[in-house]
Design a protein around this ligand. Structure first.
Ligand code: FUL
Length: 624
């Protein structure tokens, strides 16, 4: 059977008709979620088929949510860590003032439509009283072991009309059977079944992809097909995210969507058996700058409707730490423009603190964000769309475009042109539009705007063409007061694992200049004499500011001495959790200040097991 036998016009005709807005015969023939190209299909045939791929209803509903929220909460909240190691005692979990109403009300007031709770993070501690392990709220002092965070959140969601999502970490550093694949898969399915049976409607199930960055984790073969069918059976309306085939991780944790963001991608979801081989043959990874352009379609033999979710925390870490502050309004406004404004759903994390409440500063910042969105995107200065042209009333510096994704995503390249003094001049250009595309440009006061679609796969189904005068908030963020970096002028490097001359790059205040150790088996080390004893309150290790993050340290050890001979037995040792995907400066604060003249910093391993490490920037923190 010919690939186009179900279509009543030839590929060439379809293409040309598409450009003229429509071959009605093929309009009815759509592929839901995925299309597999027949062998030998030409690029034109593939592109035409791509134009007919549409999302499932649950994907479309999810893409329309726009603002969704994450709540990272659990034992890490009480240990001040980003990743627990699974040995935490449930005794530490005691959020005495926990109030899920306060969480959901703050989010609802700010316009968020769905909230996802870390029901279980990598440490394995369950926020609901599961029958699968004792490592849960049931063993904690909180509400005498009778509390259930998931149930509280469910009730609050019902009260405020908020959708509920659940994060269940596949990686589990506590489960004794983790790594014994069939046994752990059974336990995971039991946990999933509890969550998807006992808490009403769940709209998003979030399976993280992290699995012990570095070579130390136990190897667990997950049964993704089975997990998928449990969701289908128990919560057919729920999207399966990240390690799932409904919602795709955008590829960074910085709040940055792509300029070219296709909802239809050649990247194969990680839960499908063929993902590794197909993706590596295509040269695609989650971070690739373009996942669905024509040159990629040319090489691909299938495509997936797999839209992007931009996950980012309002604070530097995912969990609440007293030493961190929420991002500035300016930063959040930029995140909004670069996520929602780039065909993505924003998943903003607001972590409850040890009391079990969202901190006042974060509630205030959410309200400011809502106000900024309302102030800037309520007065549309464009009139109705007529033949891709809108009349404009007054000065503008931004446009908001949108495609009706129920018909697929089609625009490949466009320019927005402004009519000023009778002349059309481009003010903004772009590639994809998708659900929402916001572009900013220097202010103009045109009579009209028009959308010039330079390239499209099929009809242009524009459903939004609006114009605004927006103002970005002034940057206000300041470093946390109370700590400063010790000056490095008097520092002398006593020894380093190789490359001594270059070692100054580790302390020059610039994380674009990088010290790289020698390649050796085992630990790499630098020992520094700071010239005189200083009160040390912590340290900062900063990954490279360049794209190449190879050499980033995963586990470390830091020792102090006052004579360079006797080293303190109480060395600080730890893990830069999640540094691979969230390469922010790692600020480690000590519980108590130590006085020291010398320090010895040891890298125990590199994030991917490389035989060398890099120190782009290292600083010692002192109280101020
Ligand atoms: C990552 C995890 O390792 C982080 O801890 C966090 O949960 C983030 C949303 O996903 O991969």
């Amino acid at each position: 059977m010919s690939i186009l036998s179900n279509i009543k016009c030839s590929p060439a005709i379809i293409l040309s008709l598409d450009l003229l807005y429509g071959c009605s015969a093929h309009k009815a023939e759509t592929y839901e979620k995925t299309v597999v190209f027949p062998e030998g299909a030409t690029l034109e045939e593939k592109v035409e088929m791509a134009s007919r791929v549409v999302p499932t209803q649950r994907q479309l509903d999810w893409q329309n949510l726009e603002l969704t929220a994450f709540l990272h909460f659990g034992v890490n909240t009480f240990t001040d860590r980003e990743w627990g190691d699974g040995n935490e005692s449930p005794e530490i979990f005691n959020p005495v003032d926990l109030d899920a109403d306060q969480w959901v009300k703050s989010l609802s007031d700010a316009g968020f439509k769905l909230v996802i709770l870390t029901a279980k993070h990598h440490d394995g501690f369950c926020l609901w009283p599961t029958a699968t392990t004792d490592h849960s709220v049931a063993s904690s002092p909180w509400r005498d072991g009778k509390g259930d965070v998931v149930a509280d959140l469910r009730a609050a969601c019902d009260k405020y009309g908020m959708k509920l999502g659940l994060y269940l970490s596949p990686w589990d550093r506590n489960a004794e059977c983790y790594g014994d694949s069939p046994r752990y898969n059974d336990m995971f399915v039991a946990q999933l079944t509890e969550l998807l049976t006992n808490y009403g409607r769940v709209d998003e199930v979030w399976f993280d992809g992290a699995c012990g960055e570095g070579p130390n984790g136990k190897k667990q073969e997950y049964d993704w097909a089975r997990f998928r069918s449990v969701i289908e059976q128990l919560q057919p309306e729920a999207v399966m995210a990240i390690m799932g085939d409904d919602v795709r991780w955008v590829g960074n944790e910085r709040g940055l969507g792509r300029e070219t963001e296709w909802s239809l991608t050649a990247l194969v979801p990680g839960i499908l058996a063929e993902s590794d081989s197909v993706n590596s043959a295509l040269g695609l990874v989650a971070m690739s700058p373009d996942l669905g352009g024509r040159d990629i379609i040319e090489k691909a033999d299938r495509l997936y409707w797999w839209p992007s979710e931009v996950d980012v925390s309002i604070r530097p870490g995912w969990f609440y730490h007293d030493t961190e502050q929420p991002k500035s309004l300016r930063h959040l406004a930029e995140i909004y423009l670069n996520s929602v404004g780039r065909n993505s759903v924003l998943l903003l994390n607001i972590p409850p603190d040890r009391r079990g409440l969202i901190a006042d500063a974060d509630v205030a910042r959410l309200a400011e964000l809502r106000k900024w969105i309302d102030d800037n995107f309520t007065v549309n200065k464009a009139g109705d769309i007529k033949n891709d042209v809108v009349k404009v009333n007054g000065e503008i510096n931004a446009v908001m475009l949108g495609e009706d994704l129920s018909k697929g995503q089609h625009v490949e390249e466009f320019a927005v042109e402004a009519l000023v003094d009778g002349v059309w001049t481009p003010v903004a250009t772009g590639t994809t539009i998708g659900r929402k595309r916001i572009l900013t440009f220097p202010a103009v006061s045109p009579d009209a705007l028009r959308l010039n679609v330079k390239s499209s796969r099929g009809d242009v189904n524009l459903d939004k063409f609006e114009a605004y005068a927006i103002t970005l908030p002034v940057e206000t963020n300041v470093e946390l007061p109370g700590y400063g970096k010790v000056a490095t002028d008097a520092w002398k490097v006593i020894s380093a694992t190789g490359n001594d001359a270059d070692v100054v790059k580790a302390f020059d205040g610039d994380n674009m200049t990088v010290w790289t150790s020698d390649e050796t088996d085992g630990e790499k080390q630098i020992t520094v004499d700071m010239g005189s004893a200083v009160p040390v309150a912590g340290f900062v290790y900063e990954p490279s500011g360049a794209d190449d993050k190879s050499g980033t340290i995963f586990h470390y050890n830091l020792e102090f001495s006052n004579d360079g001979v006797n080293w303190n037995p109480a060395a600080v040792t730890g893990e830069f959790s999640n540094i691979m995907h969230n390469p922010i400066p790692q600020k480690i604060y000590f519980p108590a200040t130590v006085s020291a003249r010398y320090f010895r910093f040891t890298a125990l391993d590199e994030i991917e097991g490389a035989p060398y490490i890099t120190i782009p920037e290292f600083a010692i923190l002192t109280p101020q």
